[in-house]
Each structure stands twice: as C-alpha cells, then as structure tokens.
Ligand binder design. Structure first.
Ligand SMILES: O=c1ccn([C@@H]2O[C@H](COP(=O)(O)O)[C@@H](O)[C@H]2O)c(=O)[nH]1
Length: 212
C-alpha cells in the first residue's frame, strides 16, 4: 500500500529533509525553507514511498526510459526503474574524458521517450539542463515527474521549453500539511508564502546558455 501524502510529508520533516531559517540555496540565493531530499537515501521506507508516488504520476505518461537529474534524483529514478521494470539511463555531470567519452550512461535508442525524474524544481534550470542534454542525444523529452514544485516559476519555464511537470507536492501544499500536523507555525507558512511571491524565476533568469 502506498503511504498517504500527509504521512509522507510529516516523515520527510521528521528525518530532517525540511530546513527552516535564512538558508543559502543555489548560487547565493537565500530562502526561508530548503528541502534536502538527499537524506532520503538513508531511509529506505521513505525512499520507497517517494518512488511509488512518482510511479503513480509516471503511470499517466507514455515513456520508454527514465533519467534522473544528477545527483539528488538518481536514487529515486533507480528505485522507480526497478519497481516498474523500466530501463534507466544516467546523465553525467561532465562528459567522461577517457574511454567511452559519454555524457549519458546506459543503453538507449534515438527517439525513445525519456521521462525525467527530479527532486525539487525552483527556477527549472537543473532540470532544463538535463533535458537539453537528452535532446542533444536525440531522445524525446516532453515530461518530468518531481517530488516538490516550489512554485517559483520553474514549472512555467519548463512548460515554455516543451516539458510538462507533474509533482507529488507543491510548496504551498507541503507547508500546509506540516502546519496542520503541528510541525511548523502559522508564521512560517506566511514567511514561505511571501518568499514564493517575492522570489520568482522566468526565462529572463538566463537559461540561454542551456537552450542555445
Ligand atoms: O529546496 C531546494 C531547492 C533546490 N534544490 C536543488 O536545486 C535544484 C533545483 O533548483 P533549480 O533552480 O530548479 O535548478 C535541484 O536539483 C535540487 O537538487 C534543493 O535540493 N532543495
């Protein structure tokens, strides 16, 4: 049986996957809430629950193979791959400099439909970079399944680049569950809601280097 979303959200909080405060995120951005889903590798039951929820989203999407955005989403994609007997490929952060000189590891064919798996989307930049690499290798990429959509514009950036994103949680849903479960205060919900409104990303936040 798949664990309920509310239970999953509270379990994530209780294992330290949700950090509150004035936190430095990617390249100098600051955020009052940061999700560190990398801790999930140490909690197999939570890993399985996340993979199962991602599989529910993936079941509505036609795809031949899976690819996780490195590194945080690789374990999620691997568990989904094994659970559903769907082949997976791995994108390297950098092209291998010797022997095979590959950027993608694993077996694939041109025009196969590749479903991208990601942990968190903020600006959409990390996911878009992976999509760009996959498309350069002639894979067809139109969809992604993710754990958390921070509602800061990333999903719209991806949509504008031909990628539909389906998430297990949005940031507002997740903070509401945590507030109702007594894990965070009303004040924190308000701070997060203000942050979402104030810190929005769009194509102007320069994805040109990725999509050129
Ligand atoms: O709360 C967060 C926010 C981001 N991340 C990591 O950053 C990228 C997503 O940011 P983009 O701006 O969309 O590229 C993603 O790969 C996450 O691993 C995070 O871990 N937690």
């Amino acid at each position: 049986m798949v664990c309920l979303l509310k239970e999953l959200a509270v379990q994530l909080f209780d294992v330290g996957a949700v950090r509150l405060g004035d936190i430095e995120a990617k390249v100098g951005r600051r955020t009052p809430i940061y999700f560190d889903l990398r801790v999930v590798v140490s909690h197999p039951k939570i890993m399985m629950a996340i993979a199962q929820h991602l599989q529910i989203l993936a079941s509505e999407i036609d795809h031949d193979i899976l690819c996780g955005v490195p590194y945080a989403a690789l374990p999620f994609a691997a568990v989904m791959s094994v659970n559903t007997n769907t082949p997976m490929i791995m994108k390297r952060k950098e092209t291998k400099l010797y022997a095979t000189k590959k950027i993608l590891e694993g077996v694939f064919e041109q025009n196969q439909k590749c479903l991208v798996v990601e942990d968190v989307v903020t600006s959409g930049g990390s996911l878009l970079e992976t999509v760009h690499t996959l498309r350069k290798e002639r894979l067809s990429v139109t969809d992604a399944v993710i754990v958390l959509e921070r509602e800061q514009g990333g999903a719209s950036v991806l949509k504008a680049n031909g990628v539909d994103v389906k998430s297990i949680f949005t940031m507002s849903e997740l903070v509401k569950i945590l507030r109702d479960a007594g894990r965070i205060s009303d004040e924190t919900v308000e701070i997060v809601s203000d942050h979402i409104k104030e810190c929005q990303f769009g194509m102007k936040d320069n994805f040109e280097h990725i999509i050129q």
